[in-house]
Design a protein around this ligand. Structure first.
Ligand SMILES: [Zn+2]
Length: 326
């Protein structure tokens, strides 16, 4: 297992052997992960590594949707089947619901989606609005970003803001200015996909700063360690944003291990990989903080609308020791 971990880190500067023993017994939240694109192996690995709660923002599916019904089915799966699937692996699954920035550019469809959103954002398992914001920074993206900020304000729920990969700093600053203009409390807004260039602006304005750990490129684990050493742990949270692209669903526990190995204190690691995410989303009605200390025990015989994750008499392998951390 260790060899595989080393390979992940090898292109991010000097590789050091990742000692996953250091995170044994710790628990993690991944506040941005697209589990509909991931396999049951990923769920098992997440559970084994201590990721006991995930938040899945609604996003695009890699190609444009052709009609409203596919949005409806997608949102329904986030609060339905996907939530059930996670629970079968002992993982609490929550989501945020929103119109993603790319598809905001299809205005006739976007108008219909805006009418659909209020039917979903109050449902059980939904913690807020997301992921919304800018991609190409077009007028249509701005229009629907603003409209969804209003929706979040009305519902008093947190917002997950996707920041653009191109022209990131400008897009990040604009996202925050607009949120403030609409009267949102910065503590209700998670600005995501930060980098060394944006982190200071985000923290100075009192917003939550999310960091996505991309394998091989962009924001790697090593750089994340430096950011926490420089800026501290307040208002910072780490996520994998794992989806259907090349991504690492174990980015959060791996980054925690690297932070501990590189001398970041345990309390700070715990903040950026667990409690800050809980604090950011706890205003949402559906997060039962009391229950988080209890293990979520899956009922292997449970079904969702008559369906199970099991095939041919299989049993889910739960609480049977770890495949990641021995
Ligand atoms: Zn995402």
């Amino acid at each position: 297992m260790c060899t595989e971990m080393n390979r992940d880190l090898s292109s991010m500067g000097k590789p050091i052997p990742l000692e996953l023993d250091v995170i044994k017994g710790m628990k993690f939240v991944d506040p941005h992960i697209h589990m509909v694109s991931r396999t049951t192996d990923d769920y098992q690995a997440l559970f084994d590594a201590g990721v006991l709660l995930v938040i899945e923002p609604a996003f695009w599916v890699g190609q444009p949707r052709t009609g409203l019904d596919t949005f409806k089915d997608y949102y329904s799966s986030l609060i339905g089947w996907e939530r059930f699937r996670a629970s079968q692996f002992g993982i609490r699954h929550f989501c945020t619901i929103g119109l993603n920035s790319r598809e905001a550019n299809n205005e006739p469809l976007a108008e219909q989606v805006m009418e659909l959103l209020p039917h979903f954002i109050y449902k059980e398992g939904v913690l807020g609005i997301g992921e919304i914001g800018f991609d190409d920074q077009t007028p249509a993206e701005e229009k629907y970003y603003r409209a969804q900020l209003e929706l979040a304000k009305e519902a008093n729920v947190p917002v997950q803001v996707h920041t653009p990969h191109r022209d990131k700093t400008r897009g990040t600053l604009r996202s925050m200015e607009i949120a403030l203009e609409h009267g949102l409390d910065p503590q209700m807004v998670i600005i995501d996909h930060n980098s060394e260039e944006t982190v200071k602006d985000v923290l100075d304005r009192g917003f939550w700063a999310g960091f996505t750990i991309y394998p091989f490129t962009k924001m790697g684990n090593e750089r994340m360690v430096d950011i926490v050493k420089t800026y501290g742990a307040e208002n910072i949270m780490v996520n994998s944003a794992a989806d259907w692209g090349i991504s690492d669903p174990l980015a959060v526990p791996k980054t925690a291990a690297l932070m501990l190995q590189k001398g970041v204190d345990r309390a700070s690691v715990e903040k950026v990989t667990y409690s800050n995410a809980i604090d950011a989303f706890k205003v949402a009605n559906h997060l039962d903080l009391e229950s988080l200390n209890e293990t979520l025990n899956a009922d292997p015989t449970a079904k969702f609308e008559g369906n199970t994750i099991l095939r041919g008499g299989q049993q889910p392998r739960l609480n049977k020791g770890s495949i990641i951390i021995s």
